[in-house]
Design a protein around this ligand. Structure first.
Ligand code: ADP
Length: 483
């Protein structure tokens, strides 16, 4: 492959357990491919339960020293990790585009976004405050302290190969927890490069291990080993439910960032050009493969045709191609399975009466044309299921109440968006939407300073912001009597 890195040592082909870079016990490997052309990039170890259990034991052993350090010491190490990520931004972005497919500009952006979580939680490491509570009897004093949960497991997806790791490792390490990470098998190189930089930043051995390989075998060990006190997962609702069940056996704490089915409502009084701009970024970023991507556009009758025309025109202008090529704004889908799901959703919608305004077809390989569908109906699969591809179905509504009811008519509750000007309606709709995050006249809401997470079957817990570190801390109540 032609991938040239300024620092080739960032490209690791071994996993990292207890500070050592190693192969699987039996030497087995997984091939990683470039989704843009299917070419092989290289291999990583195919590990299983045995190697995972060693990583967990190492995390447990390293935990005592790590939690006893001051927040300031942990902060200094995390800060160096953040700086190393930015210093190596170009290499990390090139690696990400090669294994994930997203355009280079998006990969660079993700490395910046990923690094921002390490910076943020480096700062938060010093601000884990407790509480004092007036006692319930004259001779009693009450203090609440916060302590690290202990060994944490993280299982992360391929759509954000770097940021979904730092959003978990940042707060975990800041809080004084240790972590065993299982990255997605499609995108392990980004994960391993981050672990190497963590090592260079001074993260002690065992504090962050990365185990690549069989999801079921590694996941089975991470969820059943009693030394693991918490699991943080980002991925599909389907797998999240399996992991929740598996965690029940040892009553682990969990954070779950699962699927979404984001509505994007356009009211009659919206600034239509702004709405189209927001629609493009919320729908087509990462070729539609993000859990906060708009899945359903709900457009009010009075602006439906104008919005459809403008969105279709903009979608037709998007350049599809290899993420490493200049000018590309939409890369390939991750694999053939992803493409098939998109095709099935579009075929189902067409069968039930949707009109293709633009796109509606695969472009060879894993590429799918940016697509806008008019006359979408709630009985279509595309209304109920996450498409995870570059398809924008437009549903028509007449009243505000109808829009909110349609938006909430899903088991998911991650992100929602709406465009409108009337201030009273803005508040009513924002409060009425059953979602964890709402973009109001805004299509891009992710930032390390705000709490990211969902309600209903979209998950448990919040990542990022001043709230994010709480997911890695336990409250302990001290009652002092006999005063
Ligand atoms: P996506 O749709 O993003 O691929 P998945 O939920 O399939 O979502 O995958 C997210 C992560 O979960 C990946 O790291 C994947 O390897 C892992 N995973 C998938 N199945 C299991 C499982 N049964 N146990 C543990 N991890 C799993």
């Amino acid at each position: 492959t032609a991938l040239q890195l300024k620092d080739p040592s960032l490209w690791r082909h071994q996993a990292c357990i207890d500070g050592a870079w190693i192969d699987a016990d039996d030497g087995a490997t997984i091939v990683v491919t470039n989704p843009s052309d299917g070419s092989g990039l290289g291999t990583v170890p195919r590990m299983g339960a045995t190697e995972t259990s060693r990583a967990i034991a190492a995390a447990h052993a390293a935990g005592g020293d790590w939690r006893r350090r001051t927040g300031k010491e942990r902060a200094a190490i995390l800060r160096r990790w953040y700086e190393l990520m930015l210093q190596n931004q170009e290499d990390l972005a090139a690696l990400m585009t090669a294994e994930q497919g997203k355009p280079l500009a998006e990969s660079r952006g993700e490395i910046g976004y990923a690094a921002s979580f390490i910076e943020w939680f480096a700062e938060e490491a010093k601000r884990v405050y407790g509480d004092t509570i007036p006692g319930h009897a004259p001779d009693k004093r009450i203090v609440v302290i916060k302590q690290p949960i202990g060994v944490c497991a993280a299982i992360t997806p391929w759509n954000f190969p770097a940021a979904m790791i730092t959003r978990k490792a940042g707060p975990a390490l800041a809080a004084g927890c240790t972590m065993v990470l299982k990255p997605a098998s499609q995108t392990p190189f980004s994960a391993l490069a981050l672990c190497l930089l963590a090592e260079r930043a001074g993260v002690p051995k065992g504090v962050l291990s990365c185990v690549t390989g069989s999801a079921a075998a590694i996941g089975g060990e991470l969820t059943s080993n009693p030394l693991v006190r918490k699991l943080s997962f980002t991925g599909s609702t389907e797998v999240g439910k399996v992991l929740l069940e598996q965690c029940a056996g040892t009553v682990k704490k969990t954070s779950m960032e699962l699927g979404g089915n984001a509505p994007f409502i356009v009211f009659d009084d919206a600034d239509l050009d702004a709405a189209v701009k927001g629609a493009l970024v919320s729908k087509f970023r990462n070729a539609g493969q993000t859990c906060v991507c708009t899945n359903r556009f709900l457009v009010q009758d009075g602006v439906y045709d104008a919005f459809a025309r403008k969105l279709a025109k903009a979608a037709a202008e998007m350049q599809v191609g290899d993420g490493a090529a200049s000018g590309t704004v939409i890369g390939p889908l991750i694999d053939a399975g992803a493409l098939e799901k998109v095709e099935e959703h579009v075929a189902d919608a067409r069968r039930r009466g949707a009109r293709v305004l633009v796109g509606g077809e695969r472009l060879g390989g894993n590429f799918y044309a940016p697509t806008v569908l008019a006359d979408a109906k709630p009985e279509m699969r595309i209304f109920k299921e996450e498409t995870f591809g570059p398809v924008a179905p437009l549903f028509r509504f007449h009243t505000e109440a109808e829009a909110v009811a349609l938006a909430n008519d899903t088991n998911f509750g991650l992100a929602a968006y709406f465009y409108g000007r009337d201030i009273a309606r803005v508040w009513r709709v924002a409060e009425g939407l059953e979602f964890g995050m709402v973009g109001i006249n805004e299509g891009l809401i992710s930032t390390e300073v705000a709490p990211f997470g969902g309600v209903k079957e979209s998950g448990l817990g919040r990542e990022g912001s001043k709230y994010g570190i709480d997911d890695y801390l336990e409250l302990k109540y001290l009652c002092m009597g006999g005063m």
